[in-house]
Design a protein around this ligand. Sequence first.
Ligand code: AQP
Length: 351
Amino acid sequence: MNRIFSGIQPTNQLHLGNYLGALRNWVRLQESTASQPALQKSNVSQPALRGAENFFCVVDLHALTVPQDPESLRRSTREVTAAFIAAGIDPERSVIFAQSTVPAHAELAWLLGTLTPMGWLNRMTQFKEKSGKHREDSGLGLYSYPVLMAADILLYKGTHVPVGEDQKQHVELARDIAGAFNRRFGSEYFPLPEPLIQSEAARIMSLRDGSKKMSKSDESDYSRINLTDDADAIALKFRKAKSDSDLLPDNVEALGARPEADNLITIYAALSDQTKAQAVAHFAGQQFSKLKTELADLAVEKLSPIGTRMRELMSDQAELDRLLKRGTERAAAVANPILRGAQDLMGLVRS
Ligand code: AQP
């Protein structure tokens, strides 16, 4: 049985990078379990995932690896749930839940942590980036984040993990940990999960600095387009986006030396479902301002319905909580027997 697992941290509002790098792809994968053409549209070159089960998780335990205000975390958890649904994840066809409501995630993470050499974790670039100069003061949770992520995936015997380019290293670590478990306990218990990375829009960059990833935790709100931004905010942010003074090039290779132009062309191509080469051809020889204007119009057209639906969903917290609870029950029904199987293999006595 193929199982798709992915998650997003409720660390702040979701942005265009989360949408193009993750959410939109999840929706297409969800559709692909019923129809093959949608999968092809996602640029994911995988055999049919028909019949796969989808688990989409609000990974609140991961969010806690950096300091969170409790009230903001609660709000973001519901807001991210609303974003999943508003973007097109159907809570009936896919399982949507909050990570901390299925305690087996934390339990399996402990078990897997006992098998994970520190040398593997020392190689993780996200820890290096997030801990920065304060490595010694960083929490253990930030360091062991990839082990929890491995547990998230393996707890469902996940086979496919749609993520942006930035998370590929963590999925590869999950494969290594699954392999270590299987070798140690003499069984092919966990499948080796595969990252599903779409080729275009895998890494959307900050609007203020084309060398930095668009991120929820960037101090500047002008660095990202939030899914709840209104038309004026979207237009203003694209207008203020960093640019250069040259005309736009007529070939994709020339974008290599122009990170900001590359980023905006990538976003335009992704939102208009074109290849980058098609988008480049469309703007060849034009001013940067033309790209910004067309991009703003396109982004408003694609994102406004999502923002509107999110606001509607957020106005009925009881219904959101009901949907999350239902997701928790469905997730736990799959996760708990898999955790018990791992405990048995490891020799733990269960009452
Ligand atoms: N800029 C991006 N471009 C493409 N994909 C992205 N993703 C995140 N940023 C981009 C993808 O979104 C999914 C969820 O990511 P996450 O929120 O769990 O963690 P993150 O990658 O650390 O995202 P942020 O926005 O940078 O959050 P903070 O600032 O809280 O760390 C993943 O599939 C990711 O690849």
